[in-house]
Write a protein that binds this ligand. Structure first.
Ligand code: ADP
Length: 472
């Protein structure tokens, strides 16, 4: 099958979070299974695009309302990522460094989608499936079916995957004229609560939608930032497919970003070597348990509770804990973490920013990773942590619920808690500390987690079955 993945992120081209990891891995695994999957994303002026060579495979111009933009479709020359990578470049609109947060973001993503469809249509291509990721590609299904411009390709099946249902990409009806030759009787499909809502339009128009874990699929009907009722109405079309991890990129035995590589057999020594270097860099003590948090410092991740959880834990267990945070996001949280650094020097440190290599080193060098998430569609951190022998301490929600079993249950390996409170998180940390004293048990759990298989093989197969069910 020929499958196009449309996404705002794709590792290693441009990544902010899990969306990038998934789109950088799933197509590779689909190709390994004998299909022809490629990725189409906006062009960003970044390291990857500067350091690699591209062919121009298509050039044209299209309208966005009253404005006409020239655009190019670039193809990465070598296919070294394991899939064909296409970038849509639009001088003056889609040629910048950052992925998100420009004031004309709506125009950027709407035009990205129009340019993709124009390319597909005018270059006389076909596809078996167009797989749209999150709201940035949310208008594709609607446009294909209800714009007269795309009649030739209107029967191509579409799949939407929801990586984060909190963001919808909504904009006002004053921009409706951006969308060309729309069937006037169908405009209601774009609407949700009085605005044009690309994620809602995709849920309504895609042939199928998936959420990145079965639990998150259910939770979308309870918390999806206003789309709950829509997810309830459309649930027959939904399927939960848990994300995998790219075990070629995330392998402690070969990971080039680690100062010391290790496998299951020498995990204790290998992890200790990584921990010592990490602790040296951050002024922490390598003979105490190292707790960490990696991620966006936002309410969804429970980051607002993080400073209090750290303060209480360090006060309750003086001299027994190290804590390291890697992340960036909400300013007040960043500020509180900086204050904690001064208050607990030698016991707490943080790196405010994004650093891919450091994230790998933290997964390898840490003993525990804390995820007090309020919403966690799938969560990849816990999966990387498990592979690197770092015990996840998680609030059981979404994908965390589907992937982490408490070590006190049969065949369990992590620590779980149910409510998103400082008390429950601190109690979970106390349980981790107690476990840390029991070296034999900890080693057994470490072996158990490192043996788990969360690779993409199974989940890629689930997607293939889904695509096959759409064949016309
Ligand atoms: P999200 O909701 O942010 O997509 P996921 O758990 O699905 O959460 O994916 C997070 C991904 O982003 C992981 O690969 C994680 O290692 C990475 N990540 C998050 N914050 C940082 C950071 N500050 N530096 C490096 N990597 C980060």
């Amino acid at each position: 099958m020929k499958i196009f993945h449309l996404s705002a992120e794709c590792y290693p081209v441009a990544k902010v979070g899990g969306l990038g990891d998934v789109v950088g891995a799933l197509p590779k695994y689909l190709n390994q299974a004998g299909h022809h999957a490629s990725v189409v994303m906006p062009f960003y002026d970044r390291k990857f695009t500067r350091e690699n060579e591209f062919d121009i495979v298509f050039e044209a111009s299209s309208r966005l309302g009253n404005h006409r933009y020239e655009f190019q479709v670039l193809k990465e020359k070598t296919n070294k990522l394991g899939f064909e990578l296409f970038l849509i470049k639009v001088p003056g609109l889609i040629d910048r460094e950052e992925i998100y947060s420009y004031p004309d973001e709506t125009e950027q993503f709407v035009f990205f989608q129009l340019a993709f469809l124009d390319w597909l249509n005018w270059s006389q291509q076909t596809a078996d499936v167009i797989h749209c990721h999150d709201h940035h590609a949310g208008l594709i299904s609607f446009l294909l079916q209800h714009s007269a411009l795309y009649r030739r390709i209107s029967k191509i099946p579409t799949v939407l995957t929801i990586h984060n249902g909190q963001y919808h990409g909504a904009f006002g009806w004053d921009k409706f004229y951006y969308l060309p030759e729309i069937d006037a009787t169908k405009t209601g499909l774009l609407d949700w609560r009085g605005g044009i809502n690309p994620l809602a339009a995709a849920v309504k128009c895609a042939w199928k939608y998936t959420a990145v874990s079965p639990s998150y699929l259910r939770e979308l009907t309870i918390q999806s930032n206003g789309l709950e009722y829509l997810f309830y109405l459309e649930q027959a079309k939904g399927q939960g497919i848990i994300n995998g991890i790219d075990t070629q990129v995330w392998d402690p035995e070969t990971d080039p970003m680690l100062p010391a590589n290790y496998g299951i057999e020498n995990a204790e020594d290998g992890k200790q070597a990584n921990k010592e270097l990490l602790c040296e860099r951050f002024g922490l003590s390598p003979d105490k348990p190292l707790f960490t948090f990696i991620g966006r410092l936002v309410v969804e991740k429970g980051a607002d509770l993080l400073p209090s959880i750290i303060r209480h834990s360090l006060n309750d267990h003086p001299g027994e804990i190290n804590f390291l945070v890697l992340g960036s996001g909400d300013r007040p949280v960043e500020q509180q973490l900086t204050e904690l650094k001064n208050q607990f020097a030698g016991r707490f440190n943080s790196f405010i920013g994004y650093d891919e290599g450091l994230a790998h080193q933290v997964y390898a060098g840490a003993d525990f990773i804390l995820m007090p998430s309020r919403v966690e569609p799938c969560g990849l951190n816990q999966l990387y942590a498990l592979r690197y022998g770092t015990l996840p301490i998680v609030r059981s929600t979404g994908g965390l619920k589907d992937t982490v079993i408490d070590f006190e249950s049969d065949l369990g390996y992590g620590i779980t808690f149910n409510n998103n409170t400082i008390d429950e998180a601190c109690y979970a940390i106390w349980r981790a500390l107690t476990l840390y004293q029991n070296t034999e048990l900890l080693q057994l759990l470490r072996k158990r987690m490192m043996e788990l298989d969360f690779s993409w093989d199974k989940s890629a197969n689930d997607y293939i079955k889904l695509y096959e069910s759409l064949k016309i």
